[in-house]
Design a protein around this ligand. Structure first.
Ligand code: PRP
Length: 205
């Protein structure tokens, strides 16, 4: 049995559609129910929805042999897994953003609100900039608007959220998308099926 962890939500649905197109279907998986685990006995595969941030945990520990995770989450958590394939969906960028009228004062500690403290920390460490990280769980745009932070480090896809909150991109610094990841020992012992899945996901049937 091959176990697959998919991120619950919009990205996961896009990824599942790639799997379905590649011939790996799980009945009822896109129905709006609260069920989390789906099995395809003929394929000897089991698929489950997990919180996007948790996909690398399931894969690293081997509960899932493979999974799909956003590159943002892989950069943030640095899991000990193999990154096998860029799935080409969920394309967006990591950016620093601030209020339209923001003027940086490099000698001052910068207050950075983010859901990705490691990514933000690494980015500013490379720049040698002192920062104060404020970790939030979403709706980051509020932080500079209300004065909680000077900037945010967040995902930008269309830029609509920033625009609607009168924020602007200061700098883009990483390209993101969904990646296929594998547990290291599963990749060794279930290599044939995992390689076949990769081949089919790439579209070479
Ligand atoms: C992300 C991100 C921004 C938004 C950017 O949030 O945090 O808020 O998307 O997209 P845009 O540039 O197309 O407006 P997401 O929708 O993933 O939800 P979240 O706020 O719960 O992280």
């Amino acid at each position: 049995m091959l176990n697959i962890a998919l991120p619950k939500g919009r990205l996961g649905e896009k990824v599942y559609k790639l799997f379905a197109k590649a011939g790996y279907e799980f009945e009822g998986i896109l129905d709006s129910s609260r069920r989390l685990v789906f099995e395809n006995e003929a394929l000897h595969m089991r698929c489950f929805w997990v919180k996007p941030f948790d996909v690398p945990v399931y894969v690293e520990r081997g509960t899932a042999d493979i999974g799909a995770a956003g590159k943002d989450i892989l950069l943030e958590r640095s899991p000990d897994v193999y990154e096998l394939l860029d799935l080409g969906v969920g394309k967006c960028r990591m950016a620093v953003a601030a209020r339209e009228d923001f003027v940086d004062e490099p000698e001052r500690t910068l207050r950075v609100a983010t859901e990705f403290p490691n990514i933000a920390g690494n980015y500013y460490a490379e720049l040698g900039r002192d920062i104060d990280i404020i970790t939030l769980r979403g709706s980051l745009e509020l932080a500079p608007v209300l004065g909680l932070s000077d900037v945010i480090v967040d995902i930008v896809e269309t830029g609509t959220t920033l625009r609607e909150n009168n924020l602007r991109v200061v700098n883009y610094f990483a390209d993101l998308s969904a990646r296929l990841i594998a547990n290291k020992s599963a990749y060794k012992f279930k290599r044939e099926i995992i390689t076949e899945i990769m081949r089919r996901l790439r579209g070479h049937d």
